[in-house]
Each structure stands twice: as structure tokens, then as C-alpha cells.
Ligand binder design. Structure first.
Ligand SMILES: C[S@@+](CC[C@H](N)C(=O)[O-])C[C@H]1O[C@@H](n2cnc3c(N)ncnc32)[C@H](O)[C@@H]1O
Length: 336
């Protein structure tokens, strides 16, 4: 189960101490409802207390989703070592903080138009003292980074831009990417369809799609389906209190895309698109590969393949390729 690093959690608790618990809970409820209705941050995060409510209630989930995608990047490109990065639409600095846990980031530029978020991001960035962090207040529509960067991450930020502005920004960001461009978006059908548009643009620009896709061909999913994954994360005390939730975990649905320069790494042979279904006699695994979609049915008597198949989970990359097909894959689980 994923969670915020202890140092970051401790700073968040300290910053949040001055806030009234009821106020935090009210703000958290307003923010969650607003995002569920596809509202933008600008409409609901205006003060430092609002930004903190976001950090307590939403950031653990966006952090877990971005961290999962970064781990995929590392798995596909083990020698990749970005020294600098840009966090585009940084909010509290979520993508930077997740990247700094995994890479030695010497310089990071955190870009956002919301000063309440930028203010909080500078307090949280103090947990990464070895990175020189620059906070840039600017509007992303029409923006282009002056300097290129080894790693650029858009974490749940493009979803707040209109179709044309988001697509233009993706192209501009890619042209400034020296290593990899990671885009993470809410795991909803509409966001996935926009990711497909950006994926086509990036492939046309010569990008290698490192993950989740095991190929750069057109996405083989049928029109009514959408590619997304689920990340389980721990809900700590303040998170549970702010949400008024009893459960000690939640599942975040995310769609993502990692585009990279060709020398950075290579995609896996296949990707698991659903939670595998296990019975006593077989495991059924829905796989996406260069040959399309396959629902692989692996009987337990096929011991070598069965032992690989039964350890696979939704979202895993695998070199395991099916040789038995059992028809179309099941429909996707609904996103929250
Ligand atoms: C849902 S929040 C995500 C924050 C953070 N990246 C995360 O993953 O937790 C979206 C962020 O994008 C920023 N954003 C949205 N539209 C923007 C724009 N047009 N210009 C600059 N920043 C923008 C918001 O201010 C907000 O910080």
C-alpha cells in the first residue's frame, strides 16, 4: 500500500496544526465535491487553508498515482537519472516530491498560477533540501518552458485545461523534454480519451511510449472502454478525519502516459489491463500487447506459466505472453 513519505507527512501535520478540524473537514468536502463535478482548482483553492485541505485530502492519492507511474518509468528505464525537472501545475508540489524520492534532482521548477498552492509547495519542498527549487507563478495556457528539462511531469493538471490548450501544451512540453514526459490524469473515460489524442501527437513527434502501452500502435481498446489503473493508498489519521472516513485506505483511479526520448528505455511486452481472475483451475489475465488485446486463460496444469500468471496484478508490465486466448476482455471497472 502506498503512502506519503514520513518526513512529508510530518511537515503536513505541523503546517495543519493551526487549522480548526471542522474547518478542514468542511473545506475538504467542498474540494472533493468540486473536483467530482469536474471543477478546476482555481474555483475552490483560494487561501492557504484551502491548499492545505487539498494537501491533506487529495495529495496522498495524486502522490500515490504519480509515484506508481514514476516506478513504471524506473522499471522501463533503469539507467535513467534525471538531474532536473519541471512540475507543471504543481499544486503543493506533489510530482516534484514524488520524483525527489526516486531521483537525485538537483534543480526543480514548480509551475502554477495559484499563489496559495505555490506558497504551500515552498513549505513542503523544504523536505528535499538537496534540491534547488524555483517556484514560478504563471498561466499554463500559451506557456513554454525557457530551459529544457530531463524530466517533465504534469500531475492531474492538464485535466483543468480545455482540449486545444492542453494539446498545444503537451507538444510544447515534449519539445522541451530531454528525457521523459509523464502525464497523470484522473482515471475517467473523458480524461483517457484526451490522453489518446496527446499520445498520437507524441508518437508523431517521434516519442517512444514507455508506459503503460507496450507499443506505439493505435490503442486497441473498444470505443466504450478506457485504459486506467488503480492505486491503493493508506489513509492516515488526519486524512480520515478530514474526509470523515472510517476506512484506512482508498483506491485512486489514474490514467497515465510516459513518453520518452528513444535512448531512455523500452516498453514492456505486455500490460495487465484488469484485475486477473483466479480460480482453482486457472488464472485469466487481460493483456494488452503489440498483437492487440488478449484474455489469456492459463490452466494450473501449465505450471511454469501459471506460477507467473497468478502473481500478476492490474497495471503490471510483463514479459509473459499468452498462447491461449479466451475471447474479448471484460469491461473496465467504473472510475470514482
Ligand atoms: C488537481 S491540481 C493537481 C496538483 C498537483 N499536481 C497534484 O498532482 O496534486 C491541478 C493543478 O493545476 C494548476 N493549474 C490548473 N490550470 C492551470 C493554468 N491554466 N495555469 C497554471 N496552473 C494551472 C492548479 O492551480 C492546480 O495546482
Amino acid at each position: 500500500m502506498s503512502g506519503l513519505p514520513a518526513a512529508l507527512h510530518a511537515v503536513l501535520e505541523r503546517v495543519g496544526q493551526g487549522l480548526d478540524a471542522m474547518e478542514l473537514r468542511d473545506k475538504a468536502g467542498t474540494i472533493s465535491g468540486h473536483y467530482r463535478r469536474r471543477g478546476t482548482s482555481q474555483g475552490v483553492v483560494r487561501t492557504e487553508a484551502d491548499a492545505l485541505a487539498y494537501a491533506v485530502t487529495r495529495m496522498p492519492a495524486t502522490y500515490a498515482a504519480i509515484a506508481m507511474a514514476l516506478d513504471e518509468l524506473l522499471a522501463r528505464a533503469p539507467d535513467y537519472a534525471p538531474g532536473n525537472m519541471i512540475d507543471v501545475g504543481c499544486g503543493p508540489g506533489t510530482a516534484f516530491l514524488a520524483a525527489a524520492e526516486r531521483f537525485k534532482i538537483g534543480h526543480a521548477r514548480l509551475v502554477d498560477h495559484n499563489s496559495a498552492f505555490l506558497e504551500l509547495s515552498s513549505r513542503l519542498a523544504a523536505t528535499e533540501p538537496s534540491t534547488a527549487v524555483e517556484h514560478v507563478r504563471c498561466e499554463l495556457r500559451g506557456w513554454e518552458p525557457v530551459e529544457p528539462a530531463d524530466l517533465i511531469i504534469c500531475g492531474y493538471s492538464l485535466t483543468e485545461l480545455e482540449d486545444a490548450a492542453a494539446a498545444q501544451l503537451v507538444t510544447r512540453l515534449w519539445r522541451r523534454t530531454r528525457g521523459a514526459l509523464l502525464i497523470a490524469e484522473p482515471g475517467r473515460p473523458a480524461d483517457y480519451r484526451r490522453l489518446l489524442v496527446w499520445r498520437r501527437l507524441l508518437v508523431a513527434e517521434g516519442a517512444t511510449i514507455l508506459a503503460p502501452c507496450p507499443h506505439a500502435l493505435d490503442c486497441p481498446l473498444p470505443a466504450e472502454d478506457w485504459c486506467h489503473f488503480s492505486v491503493r493508498l493508506e489513509r492516515r489519521k488526519a486524512h480520515r478525519a478530514a474526509k470523515g472516513a472510517a476506512l484506512g485506505y482508498e483506491d485512486e483511479k489514474v490514467s497515465y502516459l510516459i513518453a520518452a526520448r528513444p535512448d531512455i528505455g523500452a516498453p514492456a511486452k505486455a500490460r495487465v489491463l484488469r484485475r486477473p481472475v483466479q480460480s482453482k483451475v486457472r488464472v485469466q489475465v487481460a493483456l494488452c500487447g503489440a498483437a492487440g488485446l488478449v484474455n489469456s486463460s492459463v490452466p494450473s496444469r501449465d505450471k511454469a506459466r501459471h506460477s507467473i500468471a497468478k502473481r500478476l496484478d492490474w497495471g503490471d508490465a510483463t514479459e509473459f505472453l499468452p498462447d491461449t486466448s479466451a475471447g474479448p476482455i471484460a469491461a473496465a471497472e467504473a472510475a470514482d
